[in-house]
Design a binder for this molecule. Structure first.
Ligand code: AMP
Length: 358
C-alpha cells in the first residue's frame, strides 16, 4: 500500500495522464510523467517530468528510482518498457495485461476463451488468408491491423463489392484480423477498477456515440435493459479477474437486439482510464482518475454512484473554440487539456453536463 506523499510514475503525457495527475494531488500523492513529446499536456500539472524515449533504458531506470509505482495512460507502451520498469518498481496494470490488449488477435482469443461473446474473427497475414477468411466469415466484415489501431485507424470495412487486395492495401498490408460485422443497435462501455486483492468496482454502463470514429458523446444511464447492464458489468469483472488486473480499465461492447431481447458482444478492452469514463469527473462520487490512483495505490476503492443523468461531450479540434459559451452555461463543467495546437480530430477537451434524474 502506498503512503501519502508517495510518487506515481506515469508513462505518457497526454490528457489521460494529466487527469490522473490532477486526481492524485488532493490525495497527497505526487506524480512524475515520462513522455517523449516536448510540451506534453501532463507536464504542466505534475511534480516532475522526464522527456525521453520509451526505449531509453537509462532514462527509464532513473525514472523508476524516483517513483514508488508505475502506471500508464495508453496501451501502446512497449511491453519491453513495462518489463524493464517492473525490475525496479511495481507496474500496474502489469506487462501481461498490456501484452494481451495490444494485439487484437490475442485479445479476441483471450476474451472468447473466457466464454464471452466476440464478433467472429480470423487471423489474416496475407491476401490468400484474407480471401479464405472472407469465405468463412462473410460480408460485411471489418479488417483491422492487429496492433496500433485506435479511433478507427488501421481498419477498413469490406462490403460485397470490395476487392480483398484493396482492403489489405488500405491497412498497409500489416498482420491483421478479420471480424464479422456486428449489427449493433448501440455501443456501450463499462469502466471498472480492480485492486490486486480482487476488490472490484464498476461504473454504470455508458452509452457512446462516435463521429468519424472518434467518441463524440457519452451518456449515463445507457438505454439498455437491467439484464444487459448486469451482464456487461459481470463481463468486466470476469475479464479483470482473468487478467489479474490492477487499476482502471474499460470494456467496449456492442449491444445487439435479437429474438426480442438484448445481448452484448465485446469489441475491445482498454487497459487504462478511458474517454467514455470522463463523465465520472463531475458525474460520479469518485472519478475514474481517482479510482485508478486508489486501485494502483492499494487503497480502498471509492463509490461509483452517479450524481444524476450525465452527458459528456468531447471537444474535438476547433470545437474547443466554444469554451467561452460553455463557461456561460449554468451547470456545464469545462475541461480543457492545455494542448497548444488544435488539429482536426484532436481531442482538446470535454464538457460534462449533469441533469436531474428522470
Ligand atoms: P475499434 O477500433 O475496434 O474500437 O472500432 C472502431 C469502431 O468501428 C467501433 O466503435 C464500431 O463503431 C466500429 N466497429 C469495429 N468493429 C466492428 C464490428 N466487428 N462490427 C461492427 N462495427 C464495428
Amino acid at each position: 500500500m502506498l503512503a501519502p506523499g508517495s510518487t506515481i510514475g506515469i508513462l505518457g503525457g497526454g490528457q489521460l495522464a494529466r487527469m490522473i495527475a490532477l486526481a492524485a494531488a488532493p490525495l497527497g500523492l505526487k506524480t512524475h510523467i515520462f513522455a517523449p513529446e516536448a510540451g506534453s499536456p501532463a507536464f504542466d500539472v505534475a511534480s516532475a517530468h522526464t522527456e525521453a524515449a520509451y526505449d531509453d533504458l537509462a532514462a527509464l531506470e532513473r525514472f523508476a528510482h524516483g517513483v514508488d509505482v508505475v502506471t500508464y495512460e495508453f496501451e501502446n507502451v512497449p511491453v519491453a518498457t513495462a518489463e524493464h520498469l517492473s525490475a525496479f518498481r511495481p507496474v500496474h496494470p502489469g506487462a501481461r495485461a498490456l501484452g494481451i490488449t495490444q494485439d487484437r488477435l490475442v485479445e479476441k482469443s483471450f476474451v472468447a476463451g473466457l466464454g464471452i461473446e466476440v464478433a467472429p474473427f480470423a487471423a489474416v497475414n496475407d491476401e490468400d488468408e484474407l480471401v479464405h477468411a472472407l469465405d468463412h466469415i462473410g460480408r460485411p466484415s471489418v479488417l483491422k491491423t492487429r496492433r496500433f489501431g485506435y479511433d478507427g485507424k488501421g481498419q477498413v470495412m469490406i462490403r460485397e463489392e470490395d476487392a480483398p487486395k484493396a482492403a489489405f492495401d488500405a491497412i498497409g498490408r500489416h498482420p491483421a484480423i478479420l471480424e464479422g460485422f456486428v449489427p449493433f443497435v448501440r455501443e456501450v462501455s463499462v469502466v471498472a477498477a480492480r485492486r490486486a486483492d480482487g476488490a472490484f468496482a464498476a461504473y454504470e454502463v455508458t452509452e457512446n456515440v462516435h463521429r468519424h470514429h472518434i467518441l463524440h458523446r457519452s451518456t449515463v444511464p445507457a438505454n439498455v435493459t437491467p439484464e444487459t447492464e448486469a451482464a456487461a458489468q459481470e463481463i468486466a469483472r470476469r475479464i479483470g479477474d482473468a487478467l489479474a488486473y490492477v487499476g482502471v480499465f474499460a470494456v467496449e461492447l456492442f449491444v445487439v437486439e435479437a429474438d426480442g431481447g438484448q445481448r452484448v458482444v465485446v469489441n475491445e478492452i482498454a487497459p487504462r482510464v478511458h474517454n467514455s469514463g470522463h463523465w465520472t469527473l463531475d458525474g460520479a462520487e469518485t472519478s475514474q482518475f481517482e479510482q485508478h490512483v486508489r486501485a494502483i495505490a492499494g487503497w480502498p476503492l471509492g463509490l461509483t454512484t452517479r450524481r444524476g443523468r450525465v452527458e459528456m461531450t468531447n471537444l474535438i479540434g476547433d470545437e474547443a473554440g466554444s469554451w467561452h459559451k460553455v463557461l456561460e452555461e449554468k451547470g456545464a463543467h469545462l475541461h480543457l487539456y492545455g494542448k497548444a495546437e488544435s488539429r482536426p480530430g484532436r481531442k482538446m477537451g470535454h464538457v460534462t453536463r449533469i441533469f436531474p434524474e428522470g
